[in-house]
Structures are given as structure tokens and as C-alpha cells.
Write a protein that binds this ligand. Structure first.
Ligand code: HEC
Ligand code: HEC
Ligand code: HEC
Length: 436
């Protein structure tokens, strides 16, 4: 008899039960959503932290889409690859371009790429090779961010435009297979300098720039009558004795005969100054003597007079091993110099270490890269047709990677000079050396 009542109460019960289930479900959904939100937020935090910690950035996905709607052009691509101001790929790669005289050997030879590359993989390598190989020394051809100290006129612009990248890709895919004569071509480009009789120019794995010279250039350096750098040594000797100060003194007044007083000095520089506060190089010590002891104006950096006195003093250490101090108060300067050496810079995004540690002995276009040792400075560089200081060389190498060069005599370069001298430890002073 109570069936209807039971029916009603069970219906009421069902409805209540249903609404309870709905509320529980809502709560569960709310909790899940909240958890998801918190999760996503935390993941973003973690990702950001990871981004900050990991340098260089982690590889990103390949760039699949063509960068422009106009298809690449093989002939234009070929011209870009050869153009020293644009692609200039032959500076590092041997390529099937017989009209090009010298090819570099820093990268692998580029032949028959179509068999193992797609347009997508080439696009990715050209746009930013470090997404393929984080340690790559190949410049990123279509990247403007993440670069350091780029020379003004190259700033905020990629090496190649989007269209130029597409043209180069088309050209690369058209490259023929290596000819049968490929082996000899490659070998001919890597010349190993004759090392017989040069053991004194080599200490452990450190090798003077002298060992990369031709034998006639080596003879020129050895011959004190023919070596053009000796002209500066002779001019330095005149300045050494010249009274240029109101107090009637010259360098010789205090230091006597440079053959005696200056022997071994070059091997110790850069070193801490007499107050043991600053790191100074030989040029700066000479200028300190001029201002503090002779009360005359300092010579400007890279002036003929400063080069001459530096050459005269350095020459007194010829043959003695480089031995700088890098401990104690010199340590922070040394550490800063080493940091400079390994820092990628410029539009080409290369550090000193990439050319002079990792690729020494390989060809950069026609020139075999040396270890970039500083034991020969000041050097008579045939390219310059004059004597030059290490700082001039640092500035030249900075500019070569399209980075801003620092002023000669700047503290950063003096620090770098100390690191470079430690790196050359044990190598003989060759000043004034002959270099290409
Ligand atoms: C500073 C030297 C340098 C320059 C300039 C350079 N490359 Fe490279 N390239 C390398 C090196 C080194 C590798 C080897 C892989 C690596 O280190 O990333 C390489 C690898 C490659 C590869 C892959 C080859 C393979 O078999 O895996 C291609 C393709 C390539 N480069 C094309 C080019 C093109 C095109 C240009 C000019 C637009 C160019 N490179 C300019 C150094 C260079
Ligand atoms: C009035 C004396 C005096 C005159 C003149 C003088 N110097 Fe000095 N020189 C010193 C003293 C003192 C030191 C020790 C370090 C210091 O005080 O800077 C020194 C140190 C040096 C050193 C470093 C030697 C070492 O062992 O580290 C060099 C190099 C040097 N002088 C070059 C020159 C040259 C070049 C001239 C001429 C332009 C010159 N000096 C003129 C007094 C003189
Ligand atoms: C793109 C490659 C490249 C980079 C990067 C580079 N250099 Fe050089 N460097 C050269 C070339 C080329 C020469 C001349 C030939 C040789 O001695 O290797 C040279 C020469 C030198 C020499 C003269 C060596 C001697 O025997 O007289 C020194 C020192 C030197 N570099 C230092 C540096 C320093 C320091 C840096 C970093 C600020 C640097 N280089 C970065 C290419 C490079």
C-alpha cells in the first residue's frame, strides 16, 4: 500500500542524491582545474628558470617553412656563397668552385649535399647552426639576437636576408658529388709546417707562430740585418739615450745599458705595477717612467716612439722563455683575460678559442691559423707593412669577426695580454718577430 509513498520518497531521495553528486562533480572539476592552473603556472616558472640556467639556449624545432615566397635561385646562391661580404662560405669550406683560389678547411667539404640534406635541415643549419650543434663555430646567417659586442654597422641585421638564405639552400642542393680527385684537393689545403729543427719554438702542445712561417720568412726573422723589425730596435736605442726632459734625464740615466738592465724584463710582462694594485703591460711601464720619472707626456699607444722602446726592451729578452705571474693579486686580471678569450663575440659569433685553440693548423681561406701566441710581439706583420703591438692584433682579430674592437691600451686588453702570455709560457721571446 505504501508503494506510492515509497515511490515519492525514493524520487526525492534520487533528486537529492543527484544534486549532491552534481555538487561533488563540480568541486572535483574545480579542484582539477585549479590543480591544472597551478601546474601550468609552476611549469612556466620552471621553464623560465631552466631558460635562465641553460646557455646556449636549447635547440628549437627545425625551421620547416621557406623564409620567403619567392623560390631560391641557384645562380644567385652561388654568388652569395663566394661573396666575401655576404656568405663567404669558402672561408671555411672546400666547395666545388674551381674558380675560387683558396678554400678553408675549418668546416667539412661541401659536396653532393642533396643526398643527405633536405631544404628544411639546410634552412635550420644556415639560420642558426647552434640549434643543430650547440658548440658549432659556423656563424648563424639569419639571426640577430643573442649576439655580443657586434660592430656598429652590422648590428641588428642578419648576415644574409631571408631571400639570400633561400638562394643559398637552392645552390647547396645543386652541388655535385665530390670528384674522384677530392682527396688530394683537401690535403693540399692543409699544409703542415716543417717542424724539423724547430723544437725550441715548441713547448708541450704550445707552438710559436714561427712554426707556421715559410722557411724564407723564418730566415728573415733570424737575420738581424734583414729583419725590418730591427729598425725599431735601433730607433729605440736612440730614444733610450735621448734627453727629452727638463730634468736633463734620459732612460739611460737611471737604467744604464739596456742589454744589462732590461734583460728578461719582457718575459714577465704584463705584471703588477710598483704599487701592486694595477696590472700594466710594458708599454704602460715605459709611459709611467716618462710621466713619473722624466715628467714628460706619455707616448700615445702604437706611436712609433712607443713601439721603438718596446721593441728595444723586448729584444733584450730574445730566446728567454715567457714566464708571467698569474697568482695572488694578479689572479683577478688573469681570470678576466681568460673570460675574454673564450667569450663569443661579433656578428660571426666566434671567440678567440674557436680559431686559435680548436682550429689552429686548419685553413681560414688561404691562411693557416696559428695558435695566436704572443711571444713574438711587437711583430713586424707583412700585411701591415709595419711593427704592431699585441693590442693592435687583438683589435684586428676582434674586427675580423665583426665585433667592436676596444681602445689600444684598455684594461680589458691588458688582462687578455696576461692570459695570452700565460698561454705562451715557456715559448721563447722572438721580438721583433716576422709574421704574415
Ligand atoms: C667560420 C667557419 C664557417 C663558415 C664561415 C661557414 N661554415 Fe658551414 N660549417 C662549419 C663547421 C665547423 C661545420 C661542421 C659542423 C659544425 O661545427 O656545426 C659546418 C657545417 C656545415 C654544413 C653541414 C655539413 C655536413 O656535412 O654536416 C653545411 C651544409 C654548411 N656548413 C654550410 C655552410 C654554408 C652554406 C656557409 C656559408 C653561407 C657556411 N657553411 C659557412 C664552419 C663554417
Ligand atoms: C729617474 C729614474 C728613471 C728614469 C729616467 C726612467 N726610469 Fe724606468 N724605472 C725607474 C724605476 C724606479 C722603476 C721601478 C718601477 C717603477 O717605479 O715604476 C723603473 C722601471 C722600469 C721598467 C720595468 C723594469 C722591470 O724590471 O719591471 C722599464 C721597462 C722601464 N723602467 C723603462 C724605462 C724607459 C723606457 C725609460 C725612458 C723613457 C725610463 N724607464 C726612465 C726609474 C726610471
Ligand atoms: C676568425 C678567426 C679568428 C679569431 C676568432 C681570432 N683570431 Fe687571432 N688571428 C686570426 C688570423 C687569421 C691571424 C693571422 C694568422 C695567424 O697567426 O693565425 C691571427 C693572429 C693572431 C695573433 C698573432 C699570432 C702571432 O704568432 O703573432 C694573436 C696574438 C691573435 N691572433 C690573438 C687573438 C685573440 C686574443 C683573439 C680573440 C680576441 C683572436 N685572435 C681571435 C684569426 C682569428
Amino acid at each position: 500500500m505504501n508503494t506510492p509513498a515509497t515511490g515519492r520518497s525514493s524520487r526525492v531521495y534520487d533528486a537529492r542524491h543527484y544534486s549532491q553528486i552534481v555538487t561533488i562533480c563540480h568541486r572535483i572539476i574545480a579542484i582539477i582545474l585549479l590543480a591544472l592552473l597551478v601546474g601550468v603556472w609552476q611549469m612556466r616558472l620552471v621553464a623560465r628558470a631552466a631558460q635562465r640556467m641553460s646557455w646556449p639556449p636549447l635547440p628549437t624545432a627545425p625551421i620547416v617553412q621557406p623564409l620567403t615566397t619567392i623560390a631560391g635561385d641557384v645562380a644567385r646562391g652561388r654568388a652569395i656563397v663566394l661573396d666575401r661580404k655576404r656568405g663567404d662560405c669558402v672561408v671555411c669550406h672546400v666547395m666545388p668552385l674551381p674558380d675560387q683560389q683558396s678554400h678553408g678547411t675549418i668546416g667539412p667539404p661541401l659536396f653532393g649535399l642533396a643526398t643527405h640534406f633536405t631544404p628544411e635541415s639546410l634552412r635550420r643549419r644556415l639560420v642558426d647552426p647552434r640549434t643543430v650543434n650547440p658548440q658549432s663555430v659556423m656563424p648563424a646567417y639569419h639571426k640577430v639576437s643573442g649576439l655580443y659586442a657586434v660592430l656598429g654597422r652590422y648590428r641588428n641585421q642578419p648576415i644574409l636576408s631571408a631571400q639570400e638564405i633561400e638562394d643559398v639552400i637552392s645552390y647547396l642542393l645543386s652541388l655535385e658529388e665530390a670528384p674522384a680527385s677530392q682527396e688530394p684537393i683537401e690535403q693540399a689545403t692543409v699544409s703542415t709546417p716543417d717542424e724539423r729543427g724547430l723544437s725550441s719554438y715548441r713547448v708541450e702542445n704550445r707552438r710559436s707562430g714561427y712554426t707556421y712561417l715559410s722557411s724564407s720568412q723564418q730566415q728573415l726573422q733570424n737575420d738581424e740585418f734583414a729583419n725590418p723589425g730591427m729598425l725599431w730596435v735601433e730607433r729605440g736605442r736612440v730614444l733610450w739615450n735621448e734627453v727629452d726632459a727638463a730634468n736633463g734625464k734620459s732612460c739611460a740615466t737611471c737604467h744604464g745599458n739596456p742589454e744589462v738592465s732590461m734583460r728578461g724584463v719582457r718575459t714577465r710582462y704584463p705584471q703588477l705595477d710598483s704599487g701592486r694594485r694595477m696590472l700594466i703591460n710594458l708599454e704602460q711601464q715605459i709611459n709611467r717612467c716618462r710621466t713619473q720619472h722624466l715628467h714628460v707626456a706619455p707616448y700615445s699607444y702604437e706611436s712609433d716612439a712607443l713601439l721603438s722602446l718596446t721593441a728595444l726592451i723586448s729584444y733584450q729578452s730574445r730566446g728567454l722563455p715567457i714566464a708571467v705571474r698569474v697568482e695572488g693579486r694578479a689572479r683577478p686580471f688573469f681570470v678576466a683575460g681568460r673570460r675574454f678569450f673564450v667569450r663569443r663575440r661579433g656578428q660571426l659569433d666566434l671567440a678567440c678559442t674557436h680559431c686559435h685553440d680548436q682550429n689552429a693548423g686548419k685553413r681560414l681561406r688561404g691562411e693557416v691559423l696559428s695558435q695566436g701566441q704572443t711571444n713574438g710581439f711587437p711583430i713586424y706583420r707583412q700585411l701591415w707593412q709595419t711593427l704592431g703591438s699585441p693590442h693592435r692584433m687583438f683589435a684586428w682579430c676582434n674586427t675580423a669577426v665583426r665585433a667592436t674592437a676596444l681602445p689600444l691600451g684598455s684594461q680589458e686588453y691588458v688582462n687578455l695580454e696576461l692570459y695570452m702570455a700565460w698561454r705562451a709560457r715557456g715559448l721563447p721571446v722572438e721580438s721583433p718577430a716576422i709574421r704574415r
